[in-house]
Design a protein around this ligand. Structure first.
Ligand SMILES: [Fe+2]
Ligand SMILES: [Fe+2]
Length: 262
C-alpha cells in the first residue's frame, strides 16, 4: 500500500496549493492514505475547524500536529471531538486530544493504519520522552494495525535519527516534521522502517520556513519581537510516498515528493 505524508501545511497558500494539487497527486501516486502535518495551517500558527476542513476537503485523511497545535484556542475542543486530528502523544496526561489513532486506507488498499504523533525535546519543551512514549504507543498500535506511521515533530536531526533507529522494525515509517526543510536522507532502515529526517513544508517557497522574510529577518537582525506573516509568491508542496507491505508492515520504498505551483 502507498501512504503519502505531506509536510507542514503553512497558512492559506499551503492549504490552497494542497487543494489544487492533492486530488491529482493522490491518483498519480496511487496513495491509499494521506497524512498531513497541520500545525501551521491557520495563518502559519495553529489549526482551526476551518483549516482542518480545508485539509480534509483537499483529500487529507489524518492531520498530525506539533508545538504550534496549541496556538489557536479553538483547537482544544476540536482535538477532543475530532479523531482525525492528532497532537504529539508525549504531552502530559490531561492534555486535550489524542496522540495516536487507527485509520482505514481508502484506495486499492483498505488496510488499517496506525498513526502516531510525537514531539522532540531537544531545543523544545520538556515533554515526556518521545522514545519511551513512542515505543509503548507503537506496541499498542501494532496490536490493532500491522502498518504504523510515526510523525516525529522535532528540531534536532540527531533526535529524529535516534528515534528512527530506535523504532526500526517496530513501525513502518518514522518521518520528521517541524524544520520545514526537506532532507535528502530518505531510506529504508535494516529492519524495514522507512525514515526521513524531515519531510519539508507545503507553503511559500521564497520565505523563511514559510514566513515573510522581512519579519523573520528583523528578528534576527535586532533580536526584538517582530510580526510574522505567511509569505506570498510561489508555493511548494513537500511530501514523501512510502510503499508498505500491508500484511507485515515492512516498508519497501520511500520517495520524496516535491512540486511547485504559481
Ligand atoms: Fe511546522
Ligand atoms: Fe513545529
Amino acid at each position: 500500500m502507498n501512504i503519502l505524508f505531506i509536510g507542514d501545511v503553512v497558512g492559506k497558500p499551503g492549504r490552497r496549493t494542497l487543494a489544487q494539487m492533492l486530488p491529482a497527486l493522490r491518483r498519480e501516486l496511487e496513495a491509499d492514505l494521506v497524512i498531513a502535518n497541520g500545525e501551521n495551517s491557520a495563518g502559519g500558527f495553529g489549526i482551526t475547524q476551518e483549516t482542518f476542513d480545508d485539509l480534509v476537503a483537499a483529500g487529507v485523511d489524518v492531520v498530525t500536529g506539533g508545538n504550534h497545535t496549541w496556538h489557536m484556542r479553538e483547537a482544544y475542543a476540536l482535538l477532543d471531538s475530532e479523531p482525525r486530528i492528532l497532537r504529539p502523544a508525549n504531552y502530559p496526561a490531561g492534555t486535550p486530544g489524542r496522540g495516536a489513532g487507527v485509520f482505514r486506507a481508502s484506495g486499492r488498499s483498505a488496510a488499517a493504519v496506525g498513526v502516531l504523533n510525537l514531539e522532540g525535546r531537544v531545543f523544545m519543551g520538556p515533554l515526556e520522552s518521545p522514545f519511551r512514549v513512542g515505543r509503548d504507543e507503537a506496541e499498542r498500535l501494532r496490536r490493532e494495525a500491522a502498518v504504523v506511521v510515526v510523525d516525529i515533530h522535532a528540531e534536532a536531526t540527531s533526535e529524529k535519527s535516534a528515534l528512527g533507529w530506535y523504532l526500526d522494525g517496530r513501525v513502518s515509517a518514522v518521518v520528521g516534521t517541524h524544520t520545514h526543510v526537506q532532507t535528502a536522507d530518505e531510506r529504508i532502515l535494516p529492519e524495514g522502517t522507512a525514515f526521513i529526517t524531515d519531510v519539508g513544508m507545503t507553503g511559500p517557497r521564497d520565505s523563511i520556513i514559510g514566513m515573510a522574510r522581512d519579519g523573520a529577518l528583523q528578528r534576527f537582525l535586532t533580536l526584538l519581537p517582530a510580526r510574522f506573516e505567511v509569505a506570498a509568491g510561489p508555493v511548494q508542496l513537500n511530501g514523501v510516498l512510502v510503499d508498505v507491505e500491508e500484511r507485515t508492515g515492512r516498508a519497501r520504498r520511500i520517495e520524496r515528493v516535491v512540486r511547485t505551483s504559481g
